[in-house]
Design a protein around this ligand. Structure first.
Ligand code: BMA
Length: 757
């Protein structure tokens, strides 16, 4: 009789049963590697995860890549072959298993992998997991695992040159972090190495390849979750699935579920099962509510014995992207648990140029600073790397939603079947990996690709024929309109997909009427900060202005060299061609009467200027709610010590902007309309407001010269402008320096702000 996969679902209480996991055995292969530099007499003992640049530094063979002016001395590393070898004995129990797989969680990037002299595979995508069956090759003693890295730069160049028609950027041909190829805030540190853990996994009968949960629908009465399961077995066998769930204090009652087999094949069973939870505690973004997380444990059983188990946390919430026609264009905003959310936050770039230096302690510090500045969203920008599980766990616990770009940025991509297949596998793996995180809000195709195609003149500059152009655009459509959304729909089924950020280039009027916009007219177009007041889109997902990092940071990188605007060290840590000049222009423009006594004061002034510009932008965005429903400035953080658009520098020092966000992003923002001197009360609170608004005008010696109090009332999540009797006439006639705004409800201070006139 043909056996079929039988899935039974039982709810069990976590902790009632000890799990014997011997069916699946893992052996870590992270320790004891030898890294050699091919023709160079470099021989280092290293552990992985690590990259060559890091090991060379650890062994004293290169200077610190972030200090001084060393970039050019380090560029050879990515154009050199590197060989990682590991001799190891196999764990005895592992050898007895029916199946044994070698698993690399990440290889960066072009490498041939051999075990005991046999080639297993050629890795060509930093963002994929690489696995291979090794049961037949594995010996008890002295196995030899080799990972031979090709010269990255030459390999990439050869691929690029083969590609006809020409693509805008060389990095387009490699599935490797774009920013490492040099960016307007990044040096060209193309990491090479085994950047994620390596292990052997052995099992008998079957194992759980994947288990994750997404929220399909939820309100305070009921949640409908979907449990995605991927069961791997050699034979088609009968197994049971058991699911346990608890939230620390509450344990949920048992229920029986009806399994729905989505796809079944010998050896691999992909199944999605509905789970209902009554009276769920909903997860909310920062300042909209709490972030309760449920502990799930999924067990795979056969004949009463646990074959494999996976535990993870998830939060229950719904997330919708609204993109629908309205009287002005198309509304674009997000709803969480049915409530429209005004998104406040920034763009996030990788925290390190040496990717294996990223660590959860620093991530937690950074994201806590974001949370304290009232962030509820970060956009993980598509030119970096997909963040680790740690990053998402932190976002889950802090209530910071993640707009996640797929890692594509600023170029068109190859469209041959091999490239697209590689992209498909990468997307599916990443979608599955991140699906259980309540903080994962939406998937976006990538950064400034559609904008580039329509606005940056590649057709001309790269001399594309009409056919070339057609083929490239068709390739774009396959990847960004088909393969990526298909991966999201099939393996998640709940997250919205947005093909490109921004949806329209900032030079086009539609960019302000629909979708998201990267408004770069101030930095790239060199227009004054005040222009931000007019360029308010439906969702401003990028805009920004540069400033120097903290002076202490500059002292550190200078290592005793003298600092000045024109110092070599400053130029080496400024990656935008016009950066130094533009910072200076705006200092002259906005602070003509301030004469910094030294470079330290000048550095501070650059931060004041940046903060001033961002204040104008953020105020314009928030006071335009609900026309505008989101503001994510460029950029939260830095990947190394650098002059950039960030609000927190590489060493975690807040710039002036970061401090000012505590007011600018506060749940209630008070602002003065510069046209008619009305006062905006802009609220992201989930409750109505009723209180007294006090407006005090002061002269330049801080003496009050006008005061008016008025009762104000505002609905939850509302935004309204109040006319303050007499204020307009007073300000037009009198000499005043600034206005203090204060909103008090009962005895408590709801919001306060001081605005310079
Ligand atoms: C962002 C990043 C920035 C850049 C900006 C404007 O997406 O690429 O580094 O300055 O776009 O193009």
């Amino acid at each position: 009789m043909k056996k079929t996969l039988l899935i039974l679902l039982l709810f069990a209480l976590i902790g009632c049963q000890t799990i014997e996991k011997q069916n699946v055995i893992e052996q870590s292969l992270n320790q004891g590697w030898t890294l050699t530099g091919d023709t160079l007499s470099i021989n280092m003992q290293v552990d992985v995860p690590s990259v060559v640049q890091q090991s060379l530094y650890d062994n004293g063979l290169i200077p610190h890549p972030y200090l001084g002016t060393v970039e050019n001395q380090l560029l050879w590393i990515s154009d050199h072959p590197w060989d990682y070898t590991l001799h190891f004995d196999a764990d005895k129990d592992l050898l007895d298993k029916e199946k044994v797989e070698l698993e690399f969680e990440g290889i960066d990037t072009y490498a041939e992998v051999k075990l005991n002299g046999e080639k297993l595979f050629f890795a060509d995508n930093q963002f994929r997991v690489w696995k291979h069956e090794v049961k037949d090759l594995l010996k008890k003693k002295d196995n030899l695992l080799e990972v031979y890295f090709l010269r990255y730069d030459s390999t990439q160049l050869a691929l690029y040159e083969q590609h006809q028609p020409r693509l805008p950027e060389k990095y387009a041909v490699s599935r490797k972090a774009p920013y490492q190829h040099g960016w307007d805030w990044a040096p060209k540190y193309k990491n090479v190495g085994i950047w994620k853990p390596v292990k052997l996994v052995g099992w008998d009968a079957a194992r759980l390849e994947d288990a994750y949960i997404v929220t399909k629908a939820a309100n305070s009465e009921r949640a409908e979750l979907m449990l995605h399961l991927d069961v791997e077995s050699d034979e088609i066998i009968d197994v049971d699935i058991e699911v346990g769930v608890s939230t620390g204090s509450t344990t949920l009652a048992s229920r029986s579920l009806s399994p729905e087999l989505v796809e079944g094949s010998k050896g691999r069973q992909y199944t999605v099962l509905p789970i209902t939870i009554e009276k769920p505690q909903l997860w909310w973004p920062n300042e909209m509510g709490e972030q309760p997380l449920y502990d799930f444990e999924v067990r795979l059983k056969k004949d009463g014995k646990v074959l494999d188990a996976k535990s993870f946390k998830t939060g229950i919430r719904t997330f919708e992207m609204v993109d629908e026609p309205d009287s002005i264009g198309r509304a674009f905003y997000f709803k969480v648990n049915g409530v429209p959310m005004y998104a406040k936050g920034a763009n996030y770039v990788p925290e390190e140029m040496i990717e294996t230096w990223i660590n959860p302690d620093n991530t937690l510090k950074l994201l806590k600073m974001a949370q304290e500045a009232h962030f509820n969203m970060l956009r993980v920008w598509g030119g970096g790397i997909y963040p680790s599980d740690d990053f998402f766990n932190i976002c889950d616990s802090l209530g910071i939603l993640v707009w996640e770009d797929f890692m594509y940025a600023g170029t068109m991509y190859p469209y041959d079947e091999t490239f697209l297949e590689n992209a498909r596998i990468e997307a599916e793996e990443q979608v599955k990996r991140l699906a259980s995180h309540p903080s994962l809000a939406l998937w976006c195709g990538g950064n400034e690709i559609s904008e580039g195609y329509y606005n940056w003149g590649w057709q001309k500059s790269l001399n594309w024929s009409e056919e070339d152009d057609k083929a490239i655009k068709a390739g774009y459509d396959r990847l960004f309109e088909n393969i990526l959304p298909q991966a999201v729909a099939q393996f998640d089924g709940t997250r919205p997909y947005w093909p490109s950020s921004p949806s329209k280039g900032w030079g086009r009027p539609e960019s302000l009427a629909e979708g998201d916009v990267h408004y770069w007219g101030v930095w790239w177009g060199e227009l004054p900060y005040e222009v931000y007041r007019e360029k308010v889109g439906r969702f401003n997902s990028e805009y920004g202005y540069q400033s120097y990092p903290d002076y202490q940071t500059l002292l550190k990188i200078a290592q005793g060299e003298e600092l000045s605007k024109d110092a070599e060290i400053i130029a080496a840590h400024q990656k935008h061609a016009r950066g130094t000049r533009q910072i200076d222009d705006f200092i002259q423009r906005y602070y003509p009467n301030v004469h910094p006594r030294d470079f330290e004061e000048y550095v501070h002034l650059s931060q004041l200027s940046q903060a001033y510009g961002m204040e104008i932008a953020i105020e314009a965005h928030r006071t335009a709610k609900p026309y505008n429903m989101g503001t994510l400035y460029w950029q939260l953080n830095d990947a190394w010590p650098v002059t950039s658009w960030s609000s927190i520098d590489y060493y975690g020092n807040p710039k002036v902007l970061q401090e000012r966000l505590k007011t600018l992003y506060a749940p209630v923002l008070l602002s003065l309309d510069r046209k008619d001197y009305g006062v905006f009360v802009t609220s992201d609170l989930m409750r109505n407001i009723g209180g007294v608004l006090t407006v005090t005008v002061c002269d330049n010696e801080d003496r009050p010269v006008f005061e008016q109090k008025m009762n104000v009332a505002l609905e939850a999540n509302g935004n309204r402008k109040f006319v303050v009797e007499g204020l307009r006439d007073f300000l037009q006639s009198a000499h005043a320096a600034f206005v203090k705004l204060q909103l008090v409800e009962g005895e408590s201070l709801t919001a306060e702000r001081e605005v310079a006139l």
